[in-house]
Design a protein around this ligand. Structure first.
Ligand code: SF4
Ligand code: SF4
Length: 142
């Protein structure tokens, strides 16, 4: 299997700006396991959690967002209020398939992620590969 275009790693360091939790419409997919973990963290029933924080799209569930500014329902200021139990999709940003498709897609992601910078440290291919494997295992981009 040939190595991908980012075999030498990619430059990235999160600045915790919170921009990936807001600003554009989309889906933050969550699994049943993640729903249970988030509900437990917030000390509420999964039933109540679904009602307050999720929307159903087909047979899947996504976190709600503010329709005015697209803030994730769990974003407060620049902070995630459920950080320890945030979904895989959040944990593995910016190593999403759409950002890794090509060098151009990675460059384009700079527009909304300030952590992708030419002076940021190189994240090795082995680390990126692990993040991609976590997404594949979780099925969050299927
Ligand atoms: S759950 Fe947390 S990390 Fe994920 S989009 Fe919402 S605020 Fe951001
Ligand atoms: S947009 Fe990029 S730099 Fe900002 S919090 Fe998200 S991952 Fe970190």
């Amino acid at each position: 299997m040939p190595l991908p275009w980012y075999e030498e790693g990619l430059r990235f360091k999160c600045t915790e700006c919170g921009q990936c939790c807001t600003g554009f419409p989309g889906y933050t997919w969550v699994t049943e396991e993640e729903i249970h973990a988030m509900a437990k963290y917030l000390k509420m029933s999964t039933r109540k959690f679904r009602k307050h924080y999720l929307r159903q799209v087909g047979n899947r569930f996504s976190l709600l967002e503010n329709p005015k500014n697209y803030d994730c329902v769990f974003l407060e200021g620049k902070k995630c209020t459920i950080y320890p139990v945030r979904p895989t999709q959040c944990r593995t940003f910016p190593w999403w398939p759409q950002n890794l498709k090509s060098q151009k897609d990675w460059e384009d992601a700079k527009e909304y992620c300030e952590g992708i910078r030419d002076d940021a440290p190189v994240v090795p291919y082995s680390t990126i590969k692990k993040q991609v494997a976590i997404q594949e295992n979780d099925g969050c981009f299927e």
